[in-house]
Design a protein around this ligand. Sequence first.
Ligand code: HEM
Length: 270
Amino acid sequence: MVHTPGKNTKTESLAAVPASKKGLILLDNPRFYILATAVTLSVLIPSWLRLTVPSDQLFAIRVEQVFGYTCLVCWYVALIASPLQKQLGGRFGTNYLVFCRRAIGVSGAYFALLHVLISLFGQIDGLSGLALLPPKFLWSIGLGTLALFILLAMAATSFNKVIAFMTYPRWKMLHRLGYIGGLAVLLHIWMIGTHLSYLSFRSVIFVFLTLLFRLESVRIADNLAKKYPKLQGKQMTVSVGLWIVATLLLLMLPWFFGSTTNHHVTGNGV
Ligand code: HEM
């Protein structure tokens, strides 16, 4: 989703992918297949769940949960693509991944929208139902709404023509909000989600986030060294320091925001 004209064009342009993948027509473009897969999954997932989950209420919850987590997977892949490519020097298909990143990000926004529509109309009883929710849920939904707007804005501005219209500095500022959106969504699911109450689930999320933090801290340390010559040669210390701070903040989440919601859905209902 994130496209940086003049900077990443080398890696995100069609020149960076094999000749056979050059998307001059729709059917040759891998981004088209990613978007088509997202739309197909959005039909197949509810169809399969409808066949396996008899209760209407539980069905709505399951679909909303699967769409919410699918959005997170897309968002994570779109965020990690660029730092991963940088670390691996474009090997192991990472150039290709960066090329596909925009379509992955747009798919994430699509799943977020579906998640919200199902939560709102299948679970909460529409906008009027919001008034009946306890404050903790309202805060969580507020943070989710912030994340949704950021994700939709990023998706809407991920096209070359829009980037040219906006100018690159403004576009970059907007896309930096992706990190605030990521934090907002983490708090959203921490406060309202049910799966984070499982240690195994939390551990998996923790490992993925620390990997992202590590790659981002290396990138930030390199950029700082370019801007402040004093830091040259100290990138490793700076990046490890940033990484430790980010990881500690993540570990302190329960301290700041209390424990997760522990109201997991059982096989019989909510
Ligand atoms: C980018 C935006 C969003 C993303 C990525 C997202 C993702 C998620 C995820 C992953 C969960 C956790 C499911 C679980 O562990 O049980 C969740 C829960 C939930 N979200 Fe969102 N969400 C977003 C925005 C919103 C918004 C704006 C609403 C408002 C209607 C909303 C309503 C809910 C509800 C009601 C739950 C609780 C579901 C349950 O009972 O399990 N979400 N969300």
